[in-house]
Design a protein around this ligand. Structure first.
Ligand code: PMM
Length: 293
């Protein structure tokens, strides 16, 4: 017997609310992101890829100009702006719902001016002291991720007494800081940050205990797609295979996350996940027990 998926996730003002888990397609406009670095570095390629993701059913397209792979060096802010702005502008103009993946307030402002409707900050406001107040002024939804430091040193910080309890107790004050800065509570989405200062075991523990993150009372976004812990599970500890070899496992995690009630899954390859979240929503709508027969 399948366990019954949780009811549909809460809607976030200003963003699509199709009554099922949302699917966010990823376009990394970087030379060095782990799974798709360099593929969409030219604006034309990035825009075409973003439009393809929308065509395939992505509800949102996440545009990032800074790689967060372990050990990555940060680009200067001018370079980040140069990478993302034309792509954000053209995809927004074409009607896509665009998310800007940035830790910098300056990039968030410019991207929202160019049409982005969501700020996705993997640093949860810790990377730039101006970020939370800036997002409050921008009046857009904000993804606040669990984070313990930049990519060059985050893996040294993957130490927890109890990863689930520790991530929740570190997310809580970040949520409070976001509200204190003036971000409307309806606009905050939380993310446990798979792979960020976390080992494979930490990621699995968080996935098995998403209810603890949901208990913070906000919608949850989950990004497992093509991450190293999936390569390890599949017997590729050095992660040397083509990243696309992780897409079936990525879709499986996204499906399970949708069934656990997450608001949105962030993925590199969209079609199978769009179908999967629709299956989850259909199953969630089905009565169970004697009333069903
Ligand atoms: N992971 C990456 C980039 N952006 N955003 C959120 N909210 N959560 C994540 O876990 C996250 C993110 C890194 O993955 P990629 O380089 O494969 O895009």
């Amino acid at each position: 017997m399948l366990s019954r998926p949780t009811p549909e996730p809460a809607a976030v003002p200003g963003l699509p609310a199709p009554g099922r888990c949302l699917v966010m397609g990823v376009v990394n406009v970087t030379p060095d992101s782990f799974s798709d670095g360099g593929q969409w570095l030219e604006p034309e390629q990035a825009v075409a890829h973003g439009l393809e993701l929308v065509e395939q059913g992505a509800d949102l397209v996440d545009i990032g100009g800074e790689s967060t792979r372990p050990g990555a060096q940060r680009p200067p802010v001018e370079e980040e702006l140069r990478r993302v702005l034309p792509v954000v502008r053209r995809l927004s103009d074409a009607g896509a719902v665009v998310s800007i993946d940035t830790m910098r307030a300056e990039v968030a402002v410019a991207a929202v001016e160019a049409g982005a409707q969501l700020v996705n900050d993997v640093s949860g406001g810790l990377g730039d002291p101006a970020m939370l107040a800036t997002v409050a002024d921008l009046e857009v939804p904000y993804v606040l991720m669990h984070w313990r430091g930049h990519s060059d040193r985050m893996q040294q910080r993957a130490e927890y007494a109890d990863v689930v309890a520790d991530v929740v107790s570190e997310l809580r004050p970040r949520l409070q800081a976001a509200l204190a800065a003036g971000i409307d509570s309806d606009r905050v989405i939380l993310d446990p940050g798979l792979g960020f200062a976390k080992t494979a075991e930490h990621n699995w523990a968080l996935l098995a205990n998403l209810d603890a993150v949901h208990a913070l009372g906000r919608p949850v976004l989950l990004a497992a797609s093509r991450k190293r812990f999936l390569a390890r599970l599949l017997g590729d500890a050095d992660n040397t295979r083509d990243p696309s070899s992780l897409d079936a496992a990525s879709a499986a995690v996204s499906t399970l996350a949708a069934a656990a009630g997450v608001w949105c899954v962030r993925v590199h390859v969209v079609p199978a996940v769009v179908d999967a979240v629709r299956v989850v929503a259909r199953l969630a709508a089905e009565p169970v027990g004697s009333a069903a027969r």
